[in-house]
Design a protein around this ligand. Structure first.
Ligand code: ARG
Length: 258
């Protein structure tokens, strides 16, 4: 009898666990552990998201941030890579719960997704070959060849340059390579990413010119209608700012200056 009761209780517990897992997109991990947060990113955007050569581990500011947020909210964070222009469709199709990719909060995107509170202040910059002395700002790009990453605010800005021939690549490395190979005159990308690239050795053959254009804030995107998750993320973000964890992650990737 005792054995039967114990069995019955185990069965009931298992049932309770299974039903508890049936809440929206909060899926159970295969190991029966924490609920899973499916995060999509595009990892050619150092120091926000990147993968070391031959490694499938995701590193960078955004990646540390979402892991900290996940921990705060009791989620197991699972990150997958996709094209930058595939992130919003993946949210809408419910293939991911969160898009985190240095994504600028824009009016157009706000029609499609919910953004968290801004977590990073950014903007665009123009990069040209080091030995180029004709291009001093975006105004000198008229009629020039500009390389960008597909679907980004840099790409949208390049499209507005009169007579420019814009080539959009799936990843940032290819856009930079196009310029390095002499097939593009300039790259337009986010300022912190270009600065990081130059500091990591890119300054051997490239430089940025002009002022930072288009002040832009990054936000964490979730599917429209998923207000609960957006609110949870904002709450966690706030807590991480209060308890010093956010600054720790920030300083790890950007140094003390803020
Ligand atoms: N901030 C820019 C935008 O939202 C570029 C972001 C690119 N991010 C990436 N992970 N490749 O369009």
């Amino acid at each position: 009898m005792k054995k039967f009761l114990a069995l019955l209780m185990t069965a009931m517990l298992a049932l309770a666990l299974v039903t508890a897992g049936c809440g929206g997109s909060e899926e159970k991990a295969a190991d029966g552990g924490a609920k899973v947060l499916r995060v999509g990113t595009e990892p050619s955007f150092a120091p926000f998201e990147m993968q070391a050569d031959g490694s499938d581990e995701f590193t960078g500011f955004d990646m540390d941030l979402i892991r900290a947020i996940g921990k705060q909210l009791g989620y197991k964070v699972e990150i997958s890579a996709m094209g930058f222009d595939a992130l919003i469709p993946a949210l809408q199709a419910d293939n991911i719960d969160v898009a985190l990719a240095g994504m600028s909060i824009t009016e157009e995107r706000k029609q499609q997704v919910i953004f968290s509170d801004p977590y990073y202040k950014s903007g665009l910059l123009v990069m040209v070959p080091k030995d180029n002395n004709d291009i001093k700002s975006i105004d000198d790009l008229k009629g020039k060849r500009i390389a960008v990453q597909i679907g980004t605010t840099g790409a949208f800005r390049a499209e507005k340059v009169e007579g420019a021939k814009v080539t959009a690549f799936n990843d940032n490395g290819s856009a930079v390579l196009e310029m390095k190979n002499g097939a593009a005159d300039a790259v337009i990308n986010d300022a912190p990413v270009l600065k990081y690239f130059l500091a990591q050795g890119g300054s051997e053959y490239a430089k940025t010119v002009g002022e930072v254009l288009n002040a832009e804030d990054y936000g964490i995107a979730v599917k429209k209608g998923n207000d609960k998750l957006a609110a949870d993320i904002n709450k966690a973000l706030n807590e991480l700012k209060q308890n010093g964890e956010f600054d720790k992650i920030y300083n790890k990737w950007f140094g003390e200056a803020k």
